[in-house]
Design a protein around this ligand. Structure first.
Ligand code: HEM
Ligand code: MG
Length: 234
């Protein structure tokens, strides 16, 4: 069918975002990963994830356009421009300074994958622990990693996305199996029983979830080079 998963061709553009890569692999975004406009992204997140065109998603789309020289469209790989949205201490990608900030990296992902031992789900507490642990381990191999309030907020938002989009937006509980298929294969775990959220994901329920994740982070302080946090033109 139109939204069957298909592995990307070598010529297709894929980038640092597992959410958008997955939408492209299912044909909710252009399968070649190119010529993506803000209206195309907003329609795709609704169709694939029941995610409303929230302020976060509209802002992400606008920041996406800052990664390209094109006036109104981008390709998924362009989103890897370091410092615009792409940041250090990701959950499934390495840092640009270490080498590859675009492709899935199983060694990096092991921290999230092995979190919340003994049960078969990730939750708000484990997501907060993963954020702390990723920063601690990444600081050892990239002592100059950029870690301002902007990167912190991005990691909180991305945690909310894997818990709320792949799991449950109200409880923040996500089956490990679904999250692992999402990151490792960039596939929607439909055959395994996943379906998109019944509840539309909107500013209200998403902000509740991300506020709870922020509260659960036990320790965080900015570190690394002093940079203007919000908009960085390359
Ligand atoms: C990263 C999910 C929409 C751009 C991420 C990450 C997740 C995620 C879980 C963290 C990956 C990691 O840390 O390894 C999603 C979902 C979306 C969505 C489920 C839709 C509901 C978007 C949009 C944009 C975007 C609209 C921009 C147009 C990025 C970029 C990163 C990223 C550039 C890399 C940040 C980093 O360095 O980790 N996304 N995302 N995403 N996302 Fe998305
Ligand atoms: Mg990154």
């Amino acid at each position: 069918s139109a939204h069957q998963w298909q592995a990307p061709l070598p010529t297709d553009s894929r980038g640092p975002c597992p959410g958008l890569n997955t939408l492209a692999n299912h044909g909710f975004l252009p399968r070649n990963g190119s010529n993506i406009t803000i209206p195309i992204v907003l329609a795709a997140i609704k169709a694939g994830f029941n995610h409303e065109p929230t302020s976060l998603m509209r802002t992400a789309g606008k920041l996406g356009l800052l990664t390209t020289d094109n006036p109104d469209h981008f390709a998924l790989e362009e989103l890897a421009l370091h410092g615009t949205i792409e940041h250090d201490a990701s959950f499934s990608r390495s840092d640009l300074a270490i080498g590859d900030n675009i492709h899935f990296n199983a060694t990096v992902f092991a921290t999230l994958k092995n979190s919340n031992p003994g049960v078969d789900y990730y939750n708000i507490t484990s997501a907060a622990q993963v954020m702390v642990q990723r920063l601690a381990e990444d600081s050892l191999i990239n002592p100059n990693l950029t870690n301002t309030i902007k990167e912190f907020s991005a990691r909180v938002g991305e945690s909310g996305l894997y818990l709320g989009v792949i799991g449950n937006i109200t409880t923040g509980v996500a089956p490990k199996k679904f999250v692992q298929i999402f990151f490792e294969q960039e596939r929607l775990p439909l055959e395994e029983g996943w379906h998109r959220s019944d509840v539309p994901i909107d500013d209200d329920n998403f902000n509740k979830l991300t506020n709870a994740i922020t509260q659960a982070v036990t320790e965080w302080a900015p570190s690394g080079p002093i940079v203007c946090p919000w908009v960085r033109l390359q």
